[in-house]
Design a protein around this ligand. Sequence first.
Ligand code: NAD
Ligand code: LMR
Length: 340
Amino acid sequence: SRVLRPVATVAFQNGAKNFSTSPEMQFKVMVAGASGGIGQPLSLLLKMNPLVSNLALYDIAPVTPGVAADLSHMDFPAKVLGYKGPEELPNAIAGSHVVVIPAGVPRKPGMTRDDLFNVNASIVRDLAQCIAVHAPKAIICIITNPVNSMVPIASEVMKKNGVYDPNRILGVTTLDVVRSCTFIGAINGIDPRSVSIPVIGGHSGVTIIPLLSQCKPAVQLQEQGKIEALTKRIQEAGTEVVKAKAGGGSATLSMAWSGAKFTNSVLRGLKGDDNVVECAYMKSDLTEASYFANPVQFGKNGVAKNLGYGKLNAYEEKLLNAALPELKKNIAKGVEFVSK
Ligand code: NAD
Ligand code: LMR
């Protein structure tokens, strides 16, 4: 099987000009769904990331070569190539260290994320099949909804192909953390970037559990009613955007930022940086749900350490108990889809 090797080493030996002159490791990142509402701004942010030497933009949309040409003119070193349609997918994937997947349909008002399952499940299954063959060691970061079911789907496909590594198949729940930091920053009257809070569980409604009791600095709310209202707002923030876009889709820009942040942490882990921590949804034995999101530490092979979720207060225990049945149902649906 393919060995994960930083791209830059080769580039320097060849004297390639198009790479950073620092001895930093650089990596190939592939974006599947690159022409979409999330895909385009996410690709823009990845083009600007100094750890990215090669950016492969894949989509079924005819505009994809144009999106790649457009981004390739930005004065950053990463080399950008576009790939359109399933026949070009193997070349897009080959050699990728990280594959980020925002491919699939978004919600309209009145829909749940689970309502997207029927369309998005086969998209993620087919992408995972191609990754299993052409880049079995790639770290897969899944943005496509419902995330709670998509990570089990990709995992089952990897198992079928004999290349399963739970530390390399991750659901991106970073937007829940980003939103929590933003809302708490406003409440406390501080820069949201100075807020740190774990958001655990999954990525839909009641499965999103912000651990406000563990927030640093402490959330400046005393009344339990206000804590509960803030929790609800974080759980329903995706729906807030879906409603405001009135049929035009769901969060794209804040998700692109969150996806770029998550990918950067994965890349820093691959590069060997210490103490790179993010919340991620992955295979887990912490609860009775077989996949679960909580803080994890990244390393050279994806997740190096699951950091757990610490001590919950009574309210958070209640939230966890409400989340588990839904999470288990979402997971079972994904597993069953692949076994059919
Ligand atoms: P979009 O419709 O704007 O873009 C989706 C893109 O996927 C399109 O360009 C489309 O051509 C492409 N696509 C469809 N089928 C494909 C396939 N088989 N292979 C490759 N590309 C394919 O949608 P969006 O707003 O970018 O949202 C994408 C997904 O991300 C949705 O499922 C949405 O629910 C989800 N999402 C997740 C989070 C999260 O926090 N994890 C946040 C926001 C959105
Ligand atoms: C979000 O949280 O914004 C995404 O999951 C998109 C959605 O459907 O809400």
